[in-house]
Design a protein around this ligand. Structure first.
Ligand code: G6P
Length: 368
């Protein structure tokens, strides 16, 4: 009994379609005439932020993956060490925190209990806390020292899509804000990067215009047993997110792996029934990911590449390709995840499942 929503067959496809606007709205109004970034509700002084020595990001599910993406930008642009942890692990591991630690909770709902407790314990230990939330006035937004809202609008589908992209956008703004404050980037570099970030919503629109092509690829994958998503650097959390989406709404065994770890275990699972989806945006590690693809192709896997152009000389005749526009490499997850969302959604509908209401899952988990 799937619903008809605004011309879409379900909320998930509607929310996938809304992604360019979710990101545009999240970025809008955060940069003034002089190119200065402003954040929403920041009860931490600029002096305090300048003293931050370590950032710890916590979250669950898709929000955790958004945090993992942001780690690369925070370390690269701000030169501050970043730890990332699953909220339910963080709170029980006696973490080392101090007033110069910034603990960032990422939570669409702002109500996930494990993330909320992680933040409140961090705050009690004297660390500064910031939450990235999609819900104004949510429990976490009221509790944290600072809030950075994503402006994705309500997300109904259990599997997160548009809030993932908006969370990454908000966290990239935070990274550029800190880089500006700490002067780890020149103001001109910050401006240039803001321009590159503002180009991402249009790149997502271009990716969305390829949905029919993505679905043709997804259709050819319907008969396979198992999926392995691989990537390096920011492609690694994209791989985790691709696998999570597919398992959440299609119940297909799927794993995400750093491409370099394949040979330490998962490659033993590769056979003709396995699909390997490799996230390979242009950049320093492009050739390395394609070399990992060679290893699985030689063992019979069906290969699907997420790339910015056809990789001439690196393809076999039965490989499939999800073409996506190229953006700044650190921002590429917001574009590269789109075909993986479409793959999961198409597979779910093709199997007669309801993508909006996966079995056993809740949109917001307010119990431990
Ligand atoms: C549940 C949802 C996921 C979501 C996660 C974290 O598991 O099914 O889609 O990513 O909670 O939720 P939050 O609201 O904290 O982002």
């Amino acid at each position: 009994s799937r619903v008809e929503v605004g011309g879409f067959s379900d909320f998930m496809s509607k929310e996938i379609d809304e992604q360019p606007r979710s990101l545009r709205d999240t970025l809008a109004g955060r940069v003034d005439q002089e190119g200065r970034i402003s954040l929403d509700e920041l009860n931490i002084t600029q002096e305090e932020l300048k003293t931050i020595q370590k950032v710890v990001i916590v979250g669950c599910g898709t929000s955790l993956h958004a945090g993992m993406v942001a780690r690369y930008a925070l370390e690269h642009f701000v030169r501050v060490p970043v730890e990332i942890d699953v909220s339910s692990e963080f709170r029980y591991r006696d973490p080392v925190l101090s007033p110069t630690t910034l603990v960032v909770g990422v939570s669409q709902s702002g109500e996930t209990l494990d993330t909320m407790v992680a933040l409140s314990e961090a705050k009690a230990s004297g660390a500064k806390t910031l939450v990235v939330s999609n819900v104004v006035g949510s429990s976490m937004a009221r509790m944290a020292d600072a809030v950075l809202y994503t402006r994705a609008g309500p997300e109904i589908s259990v599997a997160s899509t548009k809030t993932f992209i908006a969370q990454i956008g908000a966290l990239e703004i935070l990274a550029l804000y800190l880089a500006d404050l700490k002067r780890t980037l020149y103001p001109s570099e910050v401006n240039e990067l803001i321009g590159r970030l503002n180009a991402v919503p249009e790149a997502i629109s271009v990716a969305l215009s390829q949905i029919k092509e993505y679905e043709r690829v997804a259709q050819r994958l319907l008969g396979y047993d198992r999926f392995y998503f691989i990537g390096r650097n920011v492609g690694y959390p994209v791989a985790l997110e691709g696998a999570l989406k597919l398992k959440e709404i299609t119940y297909t065994p799927s794993e995400g792996y750093p491409a370099g770890e394949l040979k330490h275990g998962p490659i033993a699972m590769i056979d003709e029934q396995a699909v390997v989806v490799a996230i390979a945006p242009k950049g320093a590690l492009y050739e390395k990911v394609l070399a990992n693809v060679e290893e699985v192709r030689a063992r019979g896997a069906k290969v699907v590449l997420v790339v910015n152009e056809m990789p001439a000389g690196h393809m076999a005749s039965d490989d499939d390709v999800f073409l996506v526009p190229q953006v700044h490499q650190l921002f590429s997850p917001m574009v590269d995840v789109v075909p993986l969302q479409v793959l999961a959604h198409y597979t779910s509908v093709a199997r007669g499942l309801d993508p909006d209401r996966p079995r056993n899952l809740a949109k917001t988990v307010t119990v431990e």
